[in-house]
Design a protein around this ligand. Structure first.
Ligand SMILES: NC(=O)c1ccc[n+]([C@@H]2O[C@H](COP(=O)([O-])OP(=O)(O)OC[C@H]3O[C@@H](n4cnc5c(N)ncnc54)[C@H](OP(=O)(O)O)[C@@H]3O)[C@@H](O)[C@H]2O)c1
Length: 357
């Protein structure tokens, strides 16, 4: 492991996304093991004590303790890169403060996602967004956001299909896992024996953020995709992995084997060899009953990219309608893994300082 890995911290490290960050960063080849920031509620507790994921806590960090980490403390302790898993509303001002102090931030929170001067990024889909915006002014850090967890999976599946199908509209219905609501999540009596057909602002975010990610760069801004994305979002009683039923109304009518080939061959990050990039990013399932949350949530290779691939199945082509299901891990592709991949792309693009500097 190289000694010039960048010093990092996780804010919101005791939460669901924060623990996934800890899992991914404990032994990362480019980023040093993180400091663990949380509120006073978790101060002094170890990662192992508050661990909630099904994998065991990562050995190198399991006895690390949570601590409140202010921007000045992060600066003093030499942190160069912060992974933010703070609640939206709280995150925005704090993240801006960190950037002003020269610390780069990779955020899961919604606060900065609609500011078009800040990259909203899924590297397989719009890596050019990062290069267009370029290096932050001297003395400032870079701020990069990743999208809402259901948009993250949808855009990876749609990116290879758009040029082939030139859609008139995309309709999507989601079956979203409980962990999408973080800790402590949905009360058990509200979800057992039930499906809740409402997640606050989710349909709006899914449509708006997918259109931004699939849009085009114009100067330093982005023109959203004009195709309507029409969403229904529901909460179901699975633990991890958002299932989405997608119908694309197409203008063009390529043969089915071309559509399948486009999905299978899509791998724009392969030449960069980023550690958390799944290769391929879309796994095409041909069984009659896949993808399923229980069986496909951890799709993705190599091992570091487990949970980063989007599984697509039940592909049905009755022009003008292409129908399929997709499954993506909300807390990995749609959360911590997405942010780590964004940071790897930024480092690969030389937009972050190398080493401890
Ligand atoms: N869950 C998902 O699938 C998902 C996917 C994509 C994006 N996101 C976004 O990611 C962020 C984190 O979500 P989550 O599901 O991980 O939430 P969560 O489980 O509720 O975790 C929230 C974290 O924020 C910390 N926190 C809360 N108030 C704080 C304060 N005043 N000062 C310092 N730390 C504070 C908590 O620390 P304590 O435990 O010490 O209170 C905890 O570590 C949110 O913005 C969410 O919208 C979530």
């Amino acid at each position: 492991m190289s000694e010039d890995r960048l010093p990092t911290a996780i804010l919101g490290a005791s939460g669901y996304i924060g623990q996934h960050f800890a899992r991914l960063l404990a032994d990362h080849p480019w980023f040093a093991p993180p400091l663990l920031g949380a509120s006073e509620r978790s101060e002094g507790r170890t990662l192992a004590e508050l661990w909630q994921l099904t994998d065991p806590p990562p050995e190198p960090l399991s006895e690390s303790r949570f601590e409140p980490l202010s921007p000045s403390a992060l600066r003093r302790r030499g942190v160069r890169v912060v992974f933010s898993a703070l609640p939206s509303g709280l995150a925005g001002a704090l993240e801006s403060d960190l950037v002003r102090r020269g610390i780069s931030v990779f955020s899961n929170a919604a606060d900065h996602r609609t500011d078009r001067s800040i990259p909203l990024l899924v590297p397989e889909v719009n890596a050019s967004r990062l290069t267009v915006l370029g290096r932050p002014p001297r003395g400032r850090g870079l701020l990069v956001t990743n999208p809402n967890c259901s948009a993250a999976g949808l855009v990876v599946a749609l990116a290879p299909l758009l040029p082939l199908l030139a859609p008139r509209a995309v309709h999507v219905s989601t079956y979203q896992a409980l962990s999408g609501a973080g800790f402590p999540g949905v009360p058990s009596l509200a979800i057992q024996d039930n499906v809740v057909p409402f997640i606050r602002e989710e349909e709006e975010k899914l449509a708006r953020e997918s259109q931004l990610l699939l849009g085009s760069n114009r100067h330093r801004s982005v023109v959203p995709l004009a195709t309507p994305i029409v969403a229904h979002c529901a909460r179901v009683a699975t633990r991890d992995g958002h299932l989405e039923a997608v119908t694309v109304e197409a203008r063009r009518r390529p043969p089915l084997d071309r559509i399948e080939r486009a999905l299978r061959e899509f791998d724009p990050l392969r030449p960069r060899a980023l550690p958390t990039a799944p290769s391929p990013p879309v796994v095409l399932r041909t069984e009659a009953d896949r993808p399923q949350p229980l069986r496909d949530r951890w799709a993705g290779a190599p091992a570091r990219a487990r949970g980063m691939a989007v599984s697509v199945g039940r592909l049905r082509w009755e022009p003008p309608y292409l129908r399929f299901f997709l499954l993506s891990h909300n807390a990995v592709r749609g959360g911590a893994g997405g942010s780590v991949l964004n940071a790897e792309l930024a480092l690969d693009e030389q937009l972050l300082p190398r080493g401890r500097g």
